[in-house]
Design a protein around this ligand. Structure first.
Ligand SMILES: Cc1cc2nc3c(=O)[nH]c(=O)nc-3n(C[C@H](O)[C@H](O)[C@H](O)COP(=O)(O)OP(=O)(O)OC[C@H]3O[C@@H](n4cnc5c(N)ncnc54)[C@H](O)[C@@H]3O)c2cc1C
Length: 425
């Protein structure tokens, strides 16, 4: 059965972008149906911020825009329509009190992502949105000034306007596996090729895995690409906190670098992360500091004498990488060996085992090209009545609440303008 309503706005995807789009369209008077393939809305939202949901970032616009790796200017009109402060007010008005942490990360005071999800769903229902979970849209076809959304062989819906909010390809188990992007390609909408972003990086080096749980803040990191002849090129740079994991590297600095790693590469090419573990000290000063520490405790092992510079297990790993046995006594280490150890602290190489994985990536870089959209309406230029919001769009930000804010703001704009489009028809 095909259900047709020439006043209907259909929103596909009940993540943060789709929920906000459905709410804003319905509060602007549109009849709205919101589809999600999962049996509950906002499944990924429940995982955000480790279950606490870093719902937005408290900062000036310039800071927010710069957190989107060069693509943030596109978001100006959306942030003007629904800013980070408007988002906080929107939730506070609905009884969610928030706290600000770590330089601007905003969380619900309850520490529960489900409060954010439930508030969005409740607001949608109150505004009259029909929420249809467990309904996977299988394709979208435009024709005769409307859109047909297939739900089965012979069943579907026809709507006057559609908001695509199906997310990217990250954490596909949450329901976002690229359906919307495939439809966009089929409709001839330009799509920038996608790759995982904000993902941990794997390393096959055993010493890295043995440091699992060790963190250093800040480190300066450089992603380098080496060709078959050993020629090096810098593929990315970042600074921030580093975490060693059983599989490799994580922490904000590595999550940031991951978007600079290509989705695949040939066997001839290798990638490595070069870590400056003590970025505030120059090599000369660090060498002098290490020499002083070793001289001050000549009978201790080198690792113990250098305690305080870095976590002991990391110091031991750095010394080993510099070819120095960790039980070597401090007093026997020559000035040359000491300088080599300092050099390792400033340039510790971790070889990367392979591309980042969508299954572990918090967001997807790439998506519907910014040039295909009007940033003031989030409308697809070549398809009047079709809108896009959230991670399906070629926009990805750093950790810190930026991605959810982008989803809320673009969802808000898409919903308002989808409602206005239907009204005008
Ligand atoms: C572990 C983790 C932690 C994160 N933490 C944070 C954080 O604290 N702060 C932050 O700002 N960002 C965070 N992010 C990123 C943030 O969650 C995403 O950027 C955001 O969810 C994107 O919203 P969206 O609505 O565009 O897409 P999604 O949240 O991916 O929602 C898309 C929805 O579309 C549905 N869908 C897909 N295809 C179909 C179809 N064919 N038919 C029907 N429905 C469909 C999916 O089921 C899904 O519910 C985190 C991400 C992860 C994975």
């Amino acid at each position: 059965m095909i259900r047709y309503d020439n006043t209907l706005v259909a929103v596909v995807g009940a993540g943060p972008a789709g929920l906000m789009a459905a709410y804003s369209a319905a509060s602007d008077g549109a009849k709205v149906v919101l589809f999600d393939r999962n049996t509950e809305p906002g499944r990924k939202l429940l995982l955000t911020g480790g279950g606490r949901c870093n719902v937005t970032h408290d900062g000036e616009w310039a800071e927010l825009i710069s957190a989107f790796f060069g693509g943030g200017r596109f978001l100006y009109p959306a942030f003007r329509a629904l800013s980070n402060r408007d988002t906080v007010s929107w939730f506070e008005f609905r009884g969610i009190s928030v706290i600000r942490e770590n330089g601007g990360k905003v969380f619900p005071r309850s520490g529960s992502a489900s409060d954010i999800r439930d508030t969005l769903v409740h607001a949608c229902r109150e505004a009259g949105v029909e929420v249809r979970t467990g309904t996977r849209i299988r394709g979208i076809e435009p024709g005769d000034g409307r859109f047909r959304l297939q739900t089965g062989e012979r069943s579907g819906w026809e709507a006057a306007a559609v908001v695509l909010a199906t997310g990217g390809l990250s954490y596909p188990a949450t329901g976002s596996d690229g359906d919307g992007l495939r439809w966009a390609v089929k409709l001839g909408v330009p799509v920038v090729s996608t790759r995982p972003a904000l993902a941990p990086l794997r390393s096959a080096e055993g010493w890295v895995g043995r440091l699992a749980g060790v963190s250093v803040d800040p480190v300066r990191a450089m992603l380098i690409r080496r060709d078959a002849e050993g020629k090096e090129e810098t593929a990315g740079r970042a600074e921030g906190a580093l975490l060693f994991t059983h599989r490799g590297l994580s922490g904000p600095v590595v999550l940031r670098l991951s978007r600079d790693l290509p989705g695949s590469w040939s066997g001839e090419i290798t990638y490595a992360v070069l870590l400056d573990l003590l970025p505030d000290a120059g090599l000369g000063d660090l060498t002098a500091q290490m020499e002083a520490l070793l001289r001050a405790a000549p009978k201790k092992t080198a690792v113990n004498a250098l305690a305080g510079l870095l976590p002991a297990s990391l110091t031991a790993a750095v010394l080993r990488q510099a070819g120095i046995e960790t039980h070597t006594t401090a007093g026997t280490l020559s000035a040359k060996r000491c300088r080599e150890a300092a050099e390792r602290c400033k340039r510790l190489e971790v070889r990367i085992a392979g591309p980042a994985r969508y299954a572990e990536a918090m967001v997807t870089a790439g998506g519907i090209a910014q040039s295909a959209l009007d940033p003031r309406t989030m409308g697809v230029k070549e398809h009047p009545g079709l809108f896009a919001a959230g991670e399906i769009v070629d926009i990805d930000g750093d950790t810190g609440g930026y991605n959810l804010q982008a989803a809320f703001s673009t969802g808000w704009v898409a919903g308002c303008h989808a409602a206005a489009y239907v009204r005008r028809k």
